[in-house]
Design a protein around this ligand. Structure first.
Ligand SMILES: NC(=O)c1ccc[n+]([C@@H]2O[C@H](COP(=O)([O-])OP(=O)(O)OC[C@H]3O[C@@H](n4cnc5c(N)ncnc54)[C@H](OP(=O)(O)O)[C@@H]3O)[C@@H](O)[C@H]2O)c1
Length: 286
C-alpha cells in the first residue's frame, strides 16, 4: 500500500472516530441563549444569526453597515429569535470591540456565546510588500478578536459560556495569494489554542471552539476566487449550522468540510503531497 493511501485511510478513520465521540447536540439548549455574532451582515455570520434565531436565541449582531444589520435583525425576529438587536461597529477601531461587547451585555443581561466571525477585506494576489494592509488586517481579523474575548470572559464565566472562533484551513496550512489573510488566521489559531490550555488549567467554566473552514460559497469568497481555484465551495448555511453545533457542544475544534481535517493531517506527514495539491489547485499563469 502506498504512503498516500495509508495517510488517506488513517485520516478517514481518525475523522470517523472524532465524529463518533462528539457529544449530542440539544437544540433546546439554545432557546433563550444570549448570543453575540460579529460579521453578521452577510455570509456565514448572517446565516449563523438566522440559525440562532430559529433555535429561539436572544441575539446581538454587529458589522459596519447599519441598514443591512437592521434587515438581518428583522428577519431574525420573523424566524423566532426572542430578541434581535444590532450595533454598527468598525473592528479596525481601538474602542469599538469593547463597545460591542458592552452593548450585548447591557441589552441581553449577560452572554452565553461570543461568536467571533468578521474579517476585513483582502485581495487574492501575490504578496507585493503591502505591510500596511497586513497591519490593518491583523487589527480587524485578530486583535479585535482577542480584545472582545478578554472583555467578555468574566461574563461568559458566570454563565458557563463559550467563545466560538471562526478560523480557516488557511490558518493551519499556508496558501498562496492570501499571505496577509493566512497570517491573521494562523495568529487566531495560535492565540486561541493557547487560551484553550490556559482556561483548562485554571479550571475555567468557559469553552473555546476553533472552527477550521474550507472554501464556503459566500458572495465575498466566490467573488475573490472566481477563475482562480478549482476547490469546491460548501454551503454557507451548512457551515454556519456546524459552527453553532460545535460551540453548543463545547468541542475544541470543528473541521468543515471533511477534507479540511485530512489536509491538516497530510500536511505534517507529507509536506510534498500537500504542496503539490495546493499549488495545483490554483490557476496561475505568470
Ligand atoms: N467564505 C469562505 O470561503 C471562508 C473560508 C474559510 C474561513 N472563512 C471564515 O468565515 C468567516 C466569515 O467569512 P464570510 O465569507 O462569511 O465573510 P463575508 O461574507 O465577507 O463577511 C464578512 C463580515 O465581516 C464584516 N466586516 C468587514 N469588515 C469589518 C470591519 N472593519 N468591522 C466590522 N465588521 C466588518 C462584514 O460586514 P460590513 O461590511 O457590514 O462591515 C461582514 O458582515 C471569516 O472569519 C472567514 O475567515 C470563510
Amino acid at each position: 500500500m502506498g504512503s498516500f493511501t495509508k495517510i488517506l485511510i488513517a485520516s478517514i478513520v481518525a475523522y470517523i472516530a472524532v465524529k463518533w465521540t462528539t457529544p449530542g447536540f440539544d437544540p433546546e439548549s439554545l432557546r433563550g441563549a444570549r448570543v453575540l455574532v460579529t460579521g453578521a451582515s452577510t455570509g456565514i455570520g448572517e446565516q449563523m444569526a438566522y440559525h440562532y434565531a430559529r433555535f429561539g436565541a436572544e441575539i446581538v449582531i454587529t458589522a459596519r453597515r447599519e441598514k443591512v444589520l437592521q434587515q438581518v435583525a428583522e428577519k431574525c425576529l420573523s424566524l423566532g429569535a426572542q430578541k434581535a438587536l444590532y450595533i454598527a461597529a468598525d473592528m479596525a477601531s481601538d474602542s469599538d470591540p469593547d463597545k460591542v461587547v458592552d452593548f450585548a451585555l447591557k441589552k441581553l443581561g449577560g452572554l452565553d456565546y461570543l461568536v467571533l466571525n468578521h474579517i476585513g477585506s483582502s485581495h487574492v494576489r501575490m504578496w507585493e510588500g503591502d505591510v500596511e494592509h497586513t497591519r490593518d488586517l491583523m487589527k480587524v481579523n485578530f486583535l479585535s478578536y482577542i480584545q472582545m474575548a478578554w472583555r467578555a470572559l468574566p461574563f461568559l464565566e458566570q454563565r458557563k459560556g463559550s467563545v466560538v472562533v471562526v478560523s480557516s484551513l488557511a490558518g493551519k496550512m499556508s496558501n498562496p495569494l492570501v499571505a496577509p489573510y493566512t497570517s491573521t488566521k494562523f495568529a487566531l489559531n495560535g492565540f486561541f489554542g493557547s487560551l484553550q490550555h490556559e482556561l483548562a488549567m485554571k479550571k475555567s467554566n468557559v469553552s473555546i471552539s476553533i472552527c477550521i473552514l474550507g472554501l464556503i460559497d459566500t458572495d465575498s469568497a466566490m467573488e475573490k476566487v472566481r477563475g482562480i481555484t478549482k476547490v469546491p465551495a460548501y454551503p454557507a448555511t451548512d457551515a454556519a449550522l456546524n459552527i453553532i453545533i460545535t460551540g453548543a457542544t463545547r468541542q475544541l475544534e470543528l473541521y468543515y468540510p471533511w477534507y479540511t481535517y485530512i489536509m491538516t493531517i497530510i500536511k505534517d506527514w507529507s509536506p510534498f503531497v500537500t504542496s503539490y495539491i495546493i499549488q495545483n489547485s490554483y490557476n496561475y499563469n505568470p
